[in-house]
Design a protein around this ligand. Structure first.
Ligand code: HEM
Length: 479
């Protein structure tokens, strides 16, 4: 259907095939193919994903219309098979339908886990975990090649699991990383079950099978964790987020709501796995891509090391309180988000009502895809050196990453904006500053030139490195 009420038309877009719509045009790198199509059809483009209408947004102005001017109309999420399986019927936070349940869960996760003051209260944890990473690399610094991706992944995992789940008695950190990676890969795939339900049941991509397996594993681990917490409920000195949720179990989330929501064991598991998956991959991936770019761009690496050295000196490690003074580091992180956004197509939203924007009709239930990668690679928004890793471009442009500037949206903007932004930014900046300050990161002996570093990507809800980043750390502090 091309027309809405009063003859309003859908935004322009490519012709859609029967049944599959435009799914065949997405290819292995959907963000690039969608960018090419948007160059032809415009920044508000209409496509069909199987039987579902979708709107692709590819300019800062159009993103501002969707995420700011009409934010409430676009603040829901589609029901994806991945979130149905993994978060027990989308009962978590990230894929919950817009409404009072989502609002309450978001509020309580922010209050008890993600607010600026909560993030601040875990300074000791980041110091301990990143400190252990430095010690480990120092031991290897005699010339060994280190799997930086794995080590950074472990640090981020330990920080997130300790904040959310507390410390396990036997120090078994539950090994969520692989499961979280798998879940995000599947959630980001264009799953036929979500778009052409009658073909989806055949599970031609094998995604349903993988989801069932992951969901079973997640369930078993979370049941174990919750049981451990219930046994240990007398100890209220070290209350973690699971304890907070257990205290709220089977009680009304907000007695003033018209429909009063309670959280039971299933809701608790859904909220936990949602937060764990959202926290892991994102921060670790941001660190990996930024280090990869720094090693490829020796000039930027040197300038960053000089900045940290001038603020911190060579006698000690970086402290979290130093971060505010590291302005070049901030530019480096922003440039990394621009060039290699962690979520290039962000997390899909769903339109809650029929609406007309800029004279175009957007039908209720349309998927909204914001192509932040296309915005970051648009020469009209930046300049003609968009492919270059050039942090200095932020010297002349006072752009923040907190959703006020639609040119750069790593955490998106509006009601569904990432609530983990403080935690994510602090963790990413601190790990980066510490690694480049304590070590010179040299190439793997098989790579003779920095530009040879393999930068192959795997597409998912977040875009990760296909192969681990292997480097040789050489300790450089005086102590
Ligand atoms: C560098 C790190 C991170 C990046 C780049 C990032 C990015 C994003 C993006 C793009 C979204 C989609 C927002 C939208 O659709 O409007 C999102 C949502 C979300 N993020 Fe993050 N994130 C990061 C770290 C974290 C951390 C550490 C947490 C902590 C648990 C977290 C929790 C969430 C949650 C719960 C949502 C869903 C919010 C909702 O639907 O209401 N993120 N994130």
């Amino acid at each position: 259907q091309k027309h809405g009420k009063n003859g309003w038309k859908l935004p322009p877009g490519p012709l859609a095939l029967p049944i599959i719509g435009n799914l065949h045009e997405l290819g292995n790198l959907p963000r690039r193919n969608l960018q090419k199509l948007a160059k032809k059809y415009g920044p508000v483009m209409s496509i069909r994903l199987g039987t579902m209408p979708a709107i692709v947004i590819s300019s800062p102005e159009a993103a501002s219309l969707i995420l700011k001017t009409h934010d409430t109309s676009f603040a829901s999420r589609p029901r994806l098979q991945a979130s149905e399986y993994v978060t027990f019927g989308s009962k978590g936070l990230a894929f919950a339908e817009y409404g009072p349940y989502w609002r309450n869960i978001r509020k309580l996760s922010t209050l008890h886990l993600l607010s600026a003051s909560k993030t601040e209260s875990f300074v000791w944890l980041r110091k301990e975990e990143i400190g252990s990473l430095v010690q480990l690399l120092k031991l290897a610094a005699a010339g060994e090649v280190v799997d930086i991706s794995e080590k950074v992944g472990e640090v981020v995992e330990n920080i997130a699991t300790t904040m959310i789940l507390g410390r396990s008695k036997d120090d078994d950190r539950y090994h969520f990383k692989e499961i979280a990676d798998e879940v995000l890969k599947i959630a980001g795939a264009f799953n036929l079950a979500d778009y052409v339900p009658f073909i989806g049941v055949l599970d031609l991509q094998g995604l349903s099978r993988r989801l069932k397996k992951a969901s079973k594993q997640i369930d078993q681990i979370l049941e174990k964790i919750i049981a451990e917490h219930e046994l240990d409920s007398t100890n209220d000195q070290h209350r973690d987020f699971v304890d907070v949720l257990l205290l709220l179990k089977n009680k009304p989330l907000n007695p003033q709501d018209e429909h009063v929501y309670m959280i039971d064991q299933t809701n608790i598991k859904a909220i936990l796995i949602d937060l764990i998956s959202a926290a892991f991959d994102t921060s670790a991936t941001a660190v990996e891509w930024t280090i990869s770019e720094l090693v490829r761009n020796a000039r930027v690496m040197e300038k960053l090391q000089e900045e940290v050295q001038s603020v911190v000196g060579m006698e000690r490690m970086v402290e979290e309180k130093d971060l505010g003074e590291l302005t070049y580091l901030n530019m480096v992180v922003k440039e990394s988000f621009r060039l290699r956004p962690i979520g290039p197509l962000l997390v899909p939203r769903e339109c809650r009502e029929d609406i007309t924007i800029e004279g175009y009709w957007i039908p209720k239930k349309s998927r909204i895809i914001v192509n932040t990668w296309a915005i970051g690679h648009d020469q009209n928004v930046w300049s003609n050196n968009v492919e270059e890793f050039y942090p200095e471009r932020f010297m002349a442009r006072d752009i923040d990453v907190l959703g006020h500037d639609f040119d750069l949206l790593p955490f998106e903007s509006g009601r569904r904006m990432c609530p983990g932004v403080q935690l994510g930014l602090t963790t990413v900046r601190l790990i980066l500053a510490q690694l480049v300050h304590c070590f010179d990161l040299e190439l793997h002996p098989n790579e003779t030139h920095p530009k040879e570093i393999d930068m192959t990507e795997v597409f998912g809800l977040s875009v990760t490195r296909a192969n681990h980043l292997l480097l040789k750390p050489v300790y450089r502090l005086l102590k």
